[in-house]
Ligand binder design. Structure first.
Ligand code: GTP
Ligand code: MG
Length: 201
């Protein structure tokens, strides 16, 4: 799928104020600084579309981007950033809870994982929480440019093995680098297939 248009629509801290749920929606979530906003820019080929920062906690709201006038791509705040107020740190945060549980047009929630790290408790508990609620998920390992091919394969396998301790099957898994601009095609094929499936339902 080619991305022919990508427009910023809105930025809200409340799921009730998001655009009407009248189009399929795909969202990126994960720990602060994992590369959600960078991946939005890489996938859409628009450098400054989503705001990125070396400082964790940059994205604090739900940001909707309309792609090809047909579906939404959503940038969400990160979870697990210690340096925020206690109320934000409770659970995964009110914004994330509200969005994940109430956004009825959410076709796939992509959970981004830093490929360099060993499986993190917070990611595993997030996956178990949303998976348990029946939210459709995908996993994207980010920053693959930071590892050798062997290290990357080893870490991905280790994460998958850990997931299989709790789940019978794995969700779709993707590997990306915003730096090297890799992983985009696989992700867009998956999104296109999902859109086709939804249309034929
Ligand atoms: P929050 O909005 O704070 O939750 O962060 P985020 O997940 O949106 O991360 P963001 O895209 O702002 O990127 C965080 C930092 O990681 C920035 O310094 C990016 O340049 C860097 N980064 C993101 N993706 C990659 C990648 O694929 N490779 C490398 N090497 N760096 C990356
Ligand atoms: Mg961000």
């Amino acid at each position: 799928m080619n991305i022919t248009s990508a427009e910023f629509i809105s930025s809200y801290a409340d799921v009730q104020k998001c655009p009407p749920p009248d189009k399929p929606e795909f969202a990126f979530i994960g720990r602060s600084n994992v590369g959600k906003s960078s991946l939005i820019n890489m996938v859409t080929n628009h450098k400054g579309l989503a705001k990125i920062s070396t400082r964790p906690g940059k994205t604090q709201t739900i940001n909707h981007f309309l792609i090809n006038k047909e579906w939404y791509l959503v940038d969400l705040p990160g979870y697990g950033y210690a340096n925020v107020s206690k109320s934000i740190r409770q659970g995964f945060g009110k914004i994330i809870d509200g969005y994940v549980m109430k956004r009825e047009n959410l076709s796939c929630l992509f959970i981004l994982i830093d490929c360099r790290l060993e499986p993190q408790k917070i990611d595993l508990s997030f996956i178990n929480w949303v998976g348990g609620k029946g939210v459709p998920i995908g996993i994207i390992f980010t920053k693959s440019d930071k590892l050798s091919r062997n290290e990357l394969a080893k870490n991905v396998k280790r994460f998958e093995k850990t997931l299989l301790e709790d789940w019978e099957e794995l969700p779709p898994v993707f590997i990306s680098s915003a730096e090297k601009k890799s992983g985009k095609d696989e992700l867009l094929v998956f999104i296109k297939d999902t859109l086709t499936r939804l249309k034929n339902q």
